[in-house]
Design a protein. Structure first.
Length: 447
C-alpha cells in the first residue's frame, strides 16, 4: 500500500511539473522572425526591443556561460574583476588579457566593463612596456577591445565614441605619436607589412578612422530612446569635425608640405563640415531649439521660432546660441578652419617649418633667416586680419618660436636683430612666453 502511494505521488509530481512547464514553453517559444511567430514572451521581446539580439551581436560562448552559471554569474564576475586587478599589479599581461576576455563573457552588456578594461589596456598596460612596438601592441588591444564592445552593444554610443578616442587621441597625441601614427599605416606586427585590417582595413590616417567611429557614435545617439552620458550634446557631436581638424593639422605639425593642395582640401572639408553638419544641427536649450551657425539676418532662428509658435523670442534664442558657441569654442574653430585653408597661411607655416629645419638639422643659417622671416611676415598678415587667433596657444607658440629662431640666426651671423621686425607687438605682448622660449633656445644652442 505504501509503495503504491509513493508511486502515485511521483506521478502527481511529474504531472504538476509538466503542467507548470507547459505555459513557460508555450509563452516563451522562440519565433522564426515573422510578425506573429513564437510565444507571447518572444513577441513582447521583439515589440519592446528587449531581446539580447537587439542589444548587439550575440556571442554563443557568452550565452552558454551565463546559462551554465545560472545565479552565480555575479559572484564569478566579482572574482574575475579582483583577479584582473591582481594580475595588473603583478604585470601578468597574458593572464590579464585572458581574465578580461572571461569577464566580458559573463557581462557582455555591462558598458563599464568594456570602457574600463579597454581604457586600461590602451593607456595603463601599454605604459608599462619599454619598447615602443610593445606599447603600440597594447594600444591596439585596447582599441580592438573597445571596438568589440561597440559591436556587442549597439545601443551604447559611448563605446563607439571611446573607440574613436583611442584611435584619434591615444595614437595621435601620445608622446610616441610619431611611431604610433606610422605603425597605424604600417604595422610592425603585421606579416607582410601594411595596416592591421582589424583596426584600419582601408589604410586611412588614424584621425580619419577615428572620425568614422565618432560619426557612428553620433548615428547611434540620434536614434529614438538612446542617449549618452559622456558630454553635453553640443560637445559630443563635435568630434567628427574635430577629428577632421586634427587630421588637417597633422600636415603642419609633421611638416608635410609637399602637397599644398591636400592640406588646403583637408581644411576646406573641416570648414564645410563644421558649418553644414555640426553648426547646422539643432540642439535643445531651456529656450527651445537652436543652431550654432546663424546668419546676420537670423533667418534660421526665425524659422525655428515660427515652428515653435513664438514660444520664445529672438533675443532669447540669440542668448543661447552665444552660450553654446562659447561652450564649444565654435567661433574659434570656424575662424581657424577658414584661415588655415588659405594658401597664404599654408605658405607661412611652410616657410617657418623649412626655416626651422634649416637651422636645427643643417645649420644653414642663411636659409633659416630668409625662410623664417618670410614666414613671420605671412603670419603677421594673417593675424592682422584675424587677431583673435593670437589667443590660440599653438598658433602663438609657432610665431614666438619663429622669432626666437630668427633672432638666433641673426646672432649666429654676428648681427644684432633690428628694432623693428614682423610680429614685434606679439613678442612684446607675450614677453613671458618669449623669454621662456629664448632660454630654451640658449640652453640648446648657446648664445
Amino acid at each position: 500500500m505504501t509503495r503504491i502511494s509513493s508511486q502515485h505521488r511521483k506521478l502527481v509530481y511529474l504531472v504538476a511539473i509538466i503542467l507548470l512547464l507547459a505555459p513557460i514553453v508555450i509563452l516563451g517559444a522562440p519565433g522564426d522572425g515573422s510578425e506573429r511567430s513564437g510565444g507571447k514572451l518572444s513577441r513582447m521581446r521583439d515589440q519592446y526591443d528587449l531581446g539580447e539580439t537587439s542589444l548587439g551581436n550575440v556571442d554563443p560562448a557568452s550565452a552558454t556561460m551565463n546559462l551554465v552559471l545560472l545565479g552565480l554569474r555575479g559572484i564569478a564576475s566579482n572574482m574575475l574583476w579582483q583577479q584582473a586587478v591582481v594580475q595588473k599589479d603583478q604585470k601578468d599581461w597574458a593572464g590579464l588579457k585572458a581574465t578580461v576576455d572571461s569577464i566580458v563573457l559573463l557581462q557582455p552588456h555591462f558598458r563599464q566593463v568594456w570602457e574600463f578594461q579597454g581604457w586600461n589596456l590602451a593607456y595603463n598596460v601599454s605604459a608599462e612596456w619599454d619598447g615602443v612596438e610593445d606599447r603600440y601592441q597594447w594600444v591596439k588591444e585596447g582599441a580592438k577591445f573597445m571596438m568589440e564592445g561597440a559591436d556587442r552593444n549597439h545601443k551604447y554610443p559611448e563605446l563607439y565614441w571611446e573607440s574613436g578616442r583611442i584611435l584619434g587621441q591615444k595614437i595621435g597625441r601620445a608622446d610616441e605619436r610619431k611611431y604610433f601614427r606610422e605603425f597605424f599605416l604600417d604595422d610592425p606586427f603585421q606579416e607582410g607589412g601594411g595596416p592591421d585590417p582589424e583596426l584600419n582595413k582601408d589604410g586611412k590616417d588614424n584621425y580619419l578612422v577615428a572620425k568614422d567611429w565618432f560619426l557612428a557614435a553620433n548615428e547611434v545617439e540620434a536614434q529614438p530612446g538612446i542617449s549618452q552620458s559622456r558630454l553635453a550634446p553640443v560637445l559630443f557631436r563635435s568630434y567628427p569635425v574635430r577629428s577632421q581638424i586634427d587630421y588637417a593639422d597633422t600636415f603642419q605639425q609633421e611638416g608635410k608640405f609637399d602637397e599644398i593642395g591636400r592640406i588646403q582640401e583637408a581644411w576646406e572639408v573641416a570648414f564645410d563640415e563644421l558649418r553644414s553638419d555640426w553648426g547646422s544641427e539643432r540642439f535643445m536649450t531651456p529656450k527651445g531649439w537652436i543652431v550654432m551657425e546663424v546668419d546676420q539676418d537670423q533667418d534660421v532662428l526665425k524659422a525655428i521660432i515660427a515652428e515653435e509658435d513664438g514660444a520664445f523670442s529672438l533675443s532669447e534664442k540669440e542668448e543661447w546660441v552665444d552660450r553654446r558657441q562659447k561652450m564649444a569654442n565654435y567661433r574659434y574653430w570656424r575662424t581657424r578652419c577658414l584661415v588655415e585653408s588659405r594658401p597664404e597661411t599654408i605658405q607661412a607655416h611652410k616657410d617657418l617649418w623649412e626655416g626651422k629645419r634649416a637651422f636645427i638639422d643643417r645649420g644653414d643659417i642663411e636659409t633659416a633667416e630668409t625662410k623664417i622671416f618670410s614666414g613671420l611676415q605671412g603670419m603677421e598678415k594673417v593675424l592682422a586680419e584675424f587677431p583673435e587667433l593670437e589667443m590660440e596657444s599653438s598658433f602663438r607658440e609657432e610665431c614666438l618660436k619663429g622669432i626666437v629662431l630668427w633672432r638666433g640666426a641673426k646672432q649666429a651671423k654676428g648681427e644684432e636683430p633690428p628694432e623693428d621686425f614682423p610680429l614685434k607687438y606679439l613678442w612684446n605682448r607675450y614677453s613671458a612666453e618669449a623669454s621662456e622660449y629664448t632660454m630654451l633656445f640658449r640652453s640648446l644652442y648657446g648664445g
